[in-house]
Design a protein around this ligand. Structure first.
Ligand SMILES: [Zn+2]
Length: 117
């Protein structure tokens, strides 16, 4: 499944950035964000001892990324950093696509920390 995230992230970020002059950097952010949740595999293998499914970690909680993106968007607005907004949007879309794809093969806790669903 991990290998599918990069091509999917590329297709999504390519589509979302078609009319942008900073298209290449938006695609780079989309690629990075599409694989970012699986960086928790380092914790899974080297710290947790494979005791907890890595999809249960906070990096696989969609509300964590939505909250982080909302915080980044608010900061960008307060700091008048409008050019950051497309990056935040592409990153969040790629992160959520990762969760959708993972939902096919694993349990994603869409409402955590508020619910175990
Ligand atoms: Zn994943």
């Amino acid at each position: 499944m991990f290998i599918a995230h990069l091509p999917a992230g590329y297709l999504l970020s390519d589509r979302l950035s078609q009319t942008r002059s900073n298209r290449r950097s938006l695609i780079a952010v989309g690629l990075f964000a599409s694989a970012l949740p699986d960086f928790d595999l380092l914790w899974f293998y080297f710290v947790d001892g494979r005791n907890t499914p890595h999809h249960a970690f906070v990096f696989h909680w969609p509300l964590f990324w939505i909250g982080l993106a909302a915080t980044a968007w608010i900061l960008a607005r307060l700091l008048h950093w409008r050019s950051a907004e497309p990056y935040i949007f592409v990153a969040l879309a790629s992160l959520l696509l990762h969760m959708v794809l993972d939902s096919v093969a694993a349990e994603i806790h869409w409402l955590k920390p508020f619910s175990d669903l």
